[in-house]
Design a protein around this ligand. Structure first.
Ligand code: HEM
Length: 419
């Protein structure tokens, strides 16, 4: 008898890390979630790693203490040593930071920094973020066009974090240049990036020295003073902490603003809904909206590296000790088993426990600052440039195509110039 409903063969596995993938990885992630939810693949650097794409598995992996953040657990072939792009392989002092360590060191350092970097510190910073945002828009408002990445999303978080740390205004453009070098040539530890990291490290070491002598009302001074059961951060730990705050809080926020604004421009109904709510003085939709933009196309495509310290099973897949594991937050946050209509942008989405800020003990320390910057940036752009529109076809936009981060290289826009 003829079978009228043959089971269609599974479509072939998608190619990962191509140009098409960088532009739109979501169809490939849908395939992986369905057919190979814990999938071993060779990364562009040559390292083999497991990609975890289902929401349930991702959440479990992020909280699993058998998955270490310490790159010393990576069972890496001798020939690949130092060439994989795994950050902690650079044995620099700056790399002993929260994202590269496990308890009990992590617990101690995180507790200390949490005393200095509190939600209250961030809330007090709101007027300054608004002022920075307005100043950046003032600079291009009369021209009728801008590249929102270069002229807006990129400088905003750098100036904000420098201010928060206590880097004097006259030195902040140096940070802008060093950070620009890191974002343009990110991923590789060599050349200009290494020089920029070194300059930043020397600068921070000197600044910490100065603040020890002469404390101010800033985060570096509070980091130096913070103590826990009589314990203080060493100068090296304070420098590594300042560095990770800059590093973790910079490109992520650039991409929250860039990806977020791009998603709003591509979804005019949702953008109008937000503009109407803001015009009516309702900020509730802005708050849920920024969370939804993080879920829908968040800045951190894959959580930072984890390494199995012992053999374990995840999503039915055996993983050997020493294997690297990458939790794909972007895939988990589009899992239809967790989110209804996951590919639809719904700024008012309820029950939106996305993994954009991670989960477990490494949950983003800077989430309150990121929310403040994201909400201020998007609301101010929509209010001051109400007819903002893309100046190029979406197909002409280029994505950076890094491993951990997802973001646009440029976002050219047009609007009616201010008189
Ligand atoms: C950790 C996302 C902004 C500081 C993380 C993690 C994610 C994340 C996913 C966990 C990584 C992992 O488990 O592998 C984001 C996003 C941001 C953002 C999407 C912007 C929209 C910031 C800002 C700061 C910051 C503004 C600080 C100024 C940190 C730090 C950690 C972290 C210090 C490490 C915490 C730990 O290991 O205990 N972030 N982040 N982040 N983030 Fe953020």
């Amino acid at each position: 008898m003829q079978d009228n409903n043959p089971i269609p063969p599974a479509p072939p596995a998608p190619e990962l890390f191509t140009w098409e993938f960088a532009t739109d990885p979501y169809p490939a992630y849908a395939w992986l979630r369905e057919h190979a939810p814990v999938h071993r693949t060779r990364l562009p650097s040559g390292v083999e790693a497991w990609l975890v794409t289902r929401y349930g598995d991702a959440k479990q992996a992020l909280a699993d203490q058998r998955l270490s953040k310490n790159p010393a657990h990576h069972d890496e072939p001798a020939h690949a040593k130092g060439k994989t792009g795994i950050p902690g392989e650079r044995k620099a002092e700056l790399m002993t930071h929260l994202l590269n360590i496990d308890p009990p060191d992590h617990t101690r350092l995180r507790r200390l920094v949490s005393k200095a970097f509190t939600p209250r510190t961030v809330a007090q910073f709101a007027p300054r973020v608004q002022e920075l945002t307005d100043r950046l828009i003032d600079a291009f408002e009369a021209t009728g066009s801008a590249d929102l990445i270069h002229e807006f999303a990129f400088p905003l978080p750098i100036y904000a974090i420098c201010d928060l740390l206590g880097v004097p205004r006259e030195d902040q453009d140096d940070f802008r240049d060093w950070a620009g070098m890191m974002i343009r040539h990110g991923g590789g530890p060599r050349g200009g990036v290494a020089r920029s990291v070194k300059k930043m490290r020397n600068y921070l070491a000197e600044l910490i020295h100065k603040k020890r002598e002469n404390p101010g009302d800033d985060l570096i001074s509070r980091l130096i003073e913070a103590s826990d059961h009589g314990e203080h951060l060493t100068e090296n730990e304070a420098a590594a902490m300042a560095f990770i705050l800059l590093f973790a809080g910079f490109e992520t926020t650039v991409n929250l603003i860039g990806n977020g604004m791009y998603a709003l421009l591509r979804n005019p109904g949702q953008r109008e809904r937000l503009q109407d709510a803001l015009a009516a003085g309702d900020t509730g939709l802005l708050e849920t909206g920024v969370e939804e933009l993080l879920r829908y196309d968040g800045p951190v495509e894959m959580a930072t590296w984890r390494f199995a310290t012992e053999p374990l099973t995840l999503g039915g897949q055996d993983i050997a000790a020493g294997d690297p594991v990458l939790v794909v937050l972007a895939a988990a946050d589009r899992d239809p088993a967790r989110f209804s209509d996951p590919d639809t942008l719904d700024l008012g989405r309820k029950d939106n426990q996305h993994l954009g800020y991670g989960h477990g003990i490494h949950y983003c320390l800077g989430a309150p600052l990121a929310r403040l910057e994201g909400q201020t940036a998007l609301a101010t752009l929509l209010r001051r440039l109400p007819d903002l529109r893309l100046a190029v076809e979406p197909d002409d936009l280029r994505w950076r195509g890094g491993l951990i981060m997802r973001g646009l290289r440029t976002l050219p826009v047009e609007f009616t110039a201010a008189p």
